[in-house]
Write a new protein. Structure first.
Length: 311
């Protein structure tokens, strides 16, 4: 017992000494830690609302406990199946498009004319800087069957344009592929950065050995991208039920509501528009817990079957 205590004391002294030697770095880190504690951890006590009949007049602590009442209410509601299904459809559809930024990075890496390469990169990056509101506005203008670009093109051939923005069948495709167009170029930056770390002598040696371009991509580029791709895929799967609110809500209308009502938009309507704070908090907490569990499971699978994981 005395030995363990002395070892603990020595370990604490060693840690304190290391902190003292690097106090400048810890001071630089301090503002970020303070912000994290204030804006990420301190508000977490608000999850108690999900287990209470919350009243703004009484406050969080004084509101009566409700147990799992609001979780059961959500599980038994007709919106449960709809929101879960729509969220999963859009999320899984988005994951299918995950390799597109990788392919784009490989394509850019193979370009040898620097001027054309820079132009291509700029063109693919630019849509990322368009705000979501402007993006959805462009979609409404382009795909309007009445006076949009697509509608006018169909009328030139004497045909009636489909209402893609009001279609339940096309909603997920419209959401996912416009998202790919807007963000694929930007998402490819991290893969291009990974490829920039490849030693040029590897390409030269592969050429000397007679390797084709596809073989160089397969045996040099792809192994270099694999750790980054696995990490980003784990994070993507960890947010499986976390479909973004803003774009879905702006694209939503009475015609496509059955395919566009996801957890995020339902939480907003229940919480902010209907003032059912406890109910919306319970739904959001359920969503967060599921995402957290998925993140752990996928990370463990990645650790088991490969050498790459988040922790």
């Amino acid at each position: 017992m005395i030995l363990k205590s002395s070892q603990l004391t020595v370990g604490m002294r060693h840690s304190l000494g290391r902190i003292a030697r690097n106090r400048g770095l810890y001071l630089l880190l301090l503002p970020a830690v303070v912000l994290l504690l204030l804006f990420s951890y301190k508000p977490m006590y608000g999850v108690l609302i999900a287990f209470k009949d919350y009243s703004p007049a009484l406050g969080i602590m004084e509101s009566p406990w409700a147990g799992f009442k609001y979780f059961e209410k959500y599980f038994n509601s007709y919106q449960f199946d709809i929101t879960i299904k729509n969220t999963l459809v859009i999320s899984l559809y988005s994951i299918v498009t995950f390799p597109i930024p990788i392919a784009l990075a490989l394509m850019i890496n193979q370009m040898r004319v620097n001027r054309f390469k820079s132009l291509f990169q700029t063109v693919t990056y630019m849509p990322h800087f368009i705000s979501t509101v402007v993006m959805v506005g462009l979609l409404l203008i382009l795909f309007s069957p009445g006076n949009g670009l697509i509608g006018n093109l169909f009328r030139l051939f004497g045909a009636e344009a489909p209402n893609l923005m009001g279609s339940t069948q096309w909603f997920s495709s419209m959401y996912v592929w416009t998202d790919v167009w807007q963000h694929a170029g930007w998402d490819s930056i991290i893969y291009i950065a990974a490829l920039s770390a490849v030693d040029p002598s590897l390409y030269e040696a592969a050429k000397v050995d007679g390797a084709s371009r596809w073989q160089r991509i397969r045996y040099i580029d792809m192994p270099m991208l694999l750790p980054t791709a696995i990490t980003l895929l784990i994070l993507r799967v960890g947010g499986l039920l976390g479909v973004g609110f803003e774009k879905v809500y702006l694209m939503q209308n009475n015609l496509n509501i059955s395919a566009s009502e996801v957890i995020a938009t339902y939480v907003y309507k229940i919480g902010m528009l209907s003032s059912q704070y406890s109910f919306s908090s319970a739904i959001n907490l359920f969503n967060t817990v599921i995402n957290f569990v998925l993140l752990i499971l996928v990370n463990q699978m990645a650790k088991k079957y490969s050498e790459n994981s988040l922790w």
